[in-house]
Design a protein around this ligand. Sequence first.
Ligand SMILES: *Cc1c(COP(=O)(O)O)cnc(C)c1O
Length: 401
Amino acid sequence: MTEVFTGSFTQQLPIPEDAIEAAVEVMRSGRLHRYNLAPGETGAVGALEQAFAAKTGAQYCLAVASGGQAMAICLRAAGVEPGDAVLSNAFTLAPVPGAIAAVGARPVFVETTEALTIDLDDLAAKVGQARVLLLSHMRGHICDMDRLMAICESAGVTVIEDCAHTMGAAWRGTPSGRHGLAGCYSTQTYKHMNSGEGGLIVSDSAEFMARATLLSGSYMLFDRHPGGPPPQVYADLTGEMPNMSARMDHLRAAILLPQLARLDDDCAAWTDRYRVLEAGLADAPGVVLIPRPAEEAFVGSSFQFRLADWPAHAIRAYLERCAARGVELKWFGDSAPHGFTSTYAHWRFAVPPSLPQTDQVLAGLIDMRLPLTFDLEDCALIARILRSETEIRSAQPETAA
Ligand SMILES: *Cc1c(COP(=O)(O)O)cnc(C)c1O
């Protein structure tokens, strides 16, 4: 019998009932704007900022409108100016070079390893070309953060982490987002907490966070940031920073607070699902699994593997066979961008150089979402389908496209 999977790869869990109730309460109050507070009220945004700072062990937290806005605000608050170079991963998603472009800077892409992380040898070679690294933990894969920080610190390069896929993850016990000057997170629907759109910034630097708060559009109301630096820090900065109007509102924050309380459980559930897929694909013919170092506490909210030496036509046929059995895969090696799958060569605004190692890794890279609406049995079924289709291919003689 040919097994077929019928679940949806884009179906997230519903918003929890207590979060819905909190959102309804905000709507009943009519006070949705973050600075619209009754006397003595902290408000959901301020409460979220305090709770997320505590969760990550950061001194300060600022909630914003999206992960992309979080990154652009951080770059500007870190002193990046139009025309500056910013180091970043060649393997990432479009909002990362987009944030660099949004501040008028230009990305300097760094090569990708077979572990899907930034290539630290290539970083060491290029580190002198910029003063800031926007490090993307793409698809939740964390590089050797000790070596990365040593490279950047010795070159005087400021590190800003893009933790869109590593909220809740850690490297040797340090939460992702806490290694450099700042960490950026997304609360967009397909990330680890879901408010539709949204973003969070954490940092220990008072002056940096004051700049970020002004950039987010604080209308001089920085005394209404219980998770931010004290008002006197703003004294010399106020006229300097433009208002980018990227605030979070109480409705989204109200939805996020109960999700933050569940984050650890959700992250563990994702990783349980990831491990089922990993075990199910172990030793599958032609499949290369992505190594996961012991120092990395990752969140398995998506799953990647490489069809390392497969020709493009064989990969395309494999994706079609899997799709016919209900398993929706993305391919980073595709020649044109489809949906969220984009590679640096498609970002024509960034004038990318040639990156042969990244090209080789992406050529066979397959990606799959793992929403929490899938249970462990669903994941085992998906793994059986993926595996049996690789076996079909290896049993066939090679034919031209
Ligand atoms: C989703 C994502 C972001 C930011 O996303 P927003 O949609 O702007 O919240 C940043 N980096 C990566 C790698 C992402 O996948």
